[in-house]
Design a protein around this ligand. Structure first.
Ligand code: ADP
Length: 364
């Protein structure tokens, strides 16, 4: 089955084209600057036409009818979607409702769905949610200890993100270790621009570091990660900051960038350290300290793990970090615990989940 996967941002479409069940990648690309002043791509519908043209040019298809299904990344499924869903008008409406929790991402994802529906109205489309893999986190771990009504009325709880990546990495680890996923305990560290760690018990997520939004947990490129909520209130009050302004500070100006004053990019931080920048060194030390702290916590809630896995830009390219983390954890982890670098492939996971859902519906 030929499946197109779409990861649609507000001004970009990242696509990959696969043949399943093998999961063979036939073509891939990125369309950028959609709707930006200087661009001739005014909307996502036009950008989708470029995607189809590219597939023709790459000889991945000879007719548009060869695209048998489309899998979309959707960031937030809230408590409505704990599994991939076949896209219908009702599902679209519910994804819209979830936009209140991801106001930048879900509407962009919906633009991609709309553009594909216009272009290929009869092709099956599936939404794969970033939050879904974390459906198995128990209540005592996903609740925040604020008055219960804020959970019931406003949906305040941990949802977790990067689920598709953690799920993919867990499956790959199971292959590498030659053990069924259902018999494995893993700690998966997705360290990209956004960073999160997941505790996986017998193949299921039981806790993850991101929370109600991707802001919680690890120190990231531009996000603070964990911070005392009272410090945020103090800053707002003292500096007269509006919610939007503090949101920008915590999500866009903090993390590696905020501490180092140099960059959100780990390569630049490392260069800064080499040149003797004290703040770059501090940013790096804080980044690694927080990772070790989470791995330690997850090690104990899991009762030990078979492997600690590292993925995404930082996780895949910094063996010196992994050596440092491993050294620090040496007194805690078992001698048999593996430290694995597992390149992530969220698109392939989206393709596979799309394939599985459509195949199971056909069988039914
Ligand atoms: P995103 O979350 O946007 O997909 P990536 O997974 O591409 O991000 O990760 C981006 C991060 O990975 C950046 O901090 C970048 O510096 C880091 N990175 C990528 N390649 C390397 C490398 N070769 N060495 C060190 N860091 C790297």
């Amino acid at each position: 089955m030929k499946i197109l996967t779409i990861n649609c941002g507000s001004s970009s479409i990242k696509y990959k084209f696969y043949s399943f069940p093998k999961g063979e990648s036939l073509s891939a690309g990125l369309i950028e600057h959609i709707g930006e002043g200087h661009s001739n791509l005014t909307d996502h519908a036009q950008a989708m036409k470029v995607v189809f043209d590219n597939l023709f040019k790459a000889r991945a298809i000879t007719s548009i009818g060869e695209i048998e299904a489309i899998g979309h990344r959707v960031v937030h499924g809230a408590e409505t979607f704990w599994q991939p869903h076949r896209i219908t008008p009702a599902v679209i409406n519910k994804i819209k409702e979830c936009s209140k929790f991801a106001p930048l991402h879900n509407p962009a994802n919906l633009e991609g769905i709309k553009a594909c529906t216009q272009a290929l109205p009869r092709v099956a489309q599936v939404a794969v949610f970033d939050t879904a893999f974390h459906h198995s986190i128990p209540e005592y771990a996903y609740m925040y200890a604020v008055p219960f009504e804020y959970y019931r009325r406003d949906g305040i709880r941990k949802y977790g993100f990067h689920g598709t990546s953690h799920q993919f990495v867990a499956q790959q680890a199971s292959r590498i270790l030659g053990k069924p996923l259902g018999k494995l305990n893993l700690i998966t560290c997705h360290l990209g621009n956004g960073c999160s760690i997941t505790a996986i018990q017998q193949g299921r997520s039981i806790d993850t570091s991101m929370g109600f939004t991707p802001l919680e947990g690890l120190i990231m490129g531009t996000r603070s990660g964990d911070i005392d909520a009272a410090a945020v209130l103090y800053l707002m009050e003292k500096n007269g900051l509006a919610p939007r302004e503090i949101d920008q500070i915590l999500n866009k100006k903090s993390g590696l960038l905020g501490i180092s004053g140099i960059s959100n990019d780990m390569r630049e931080i490392k260069k800064g350290v080499k040149k003797g920048s004290r703040r770059a060194r501090l940013a790096l030390d804080m980044f690694l300290y927080r990772i070790v702290k989470y791995i330690g916590a997850y090690w104990f809630i899991l009762g030990g793990a078979d492997a600690v896995c590292f993925t995404a830009g930082i996780g895949e390219h910094n063996p010196d970090f992994i050596a440092r983390i491993k050294k620090q954890l040496a007194g805690v982890v078992k001698k048999t615990t593996k430290f694995l670098v597992v390149p992530t492939n969220e698109e392939q996971m989206i393709g596979l989940l799309t394939y599985n859902l459509i195949k199971s519906k056909k069988r039914a």
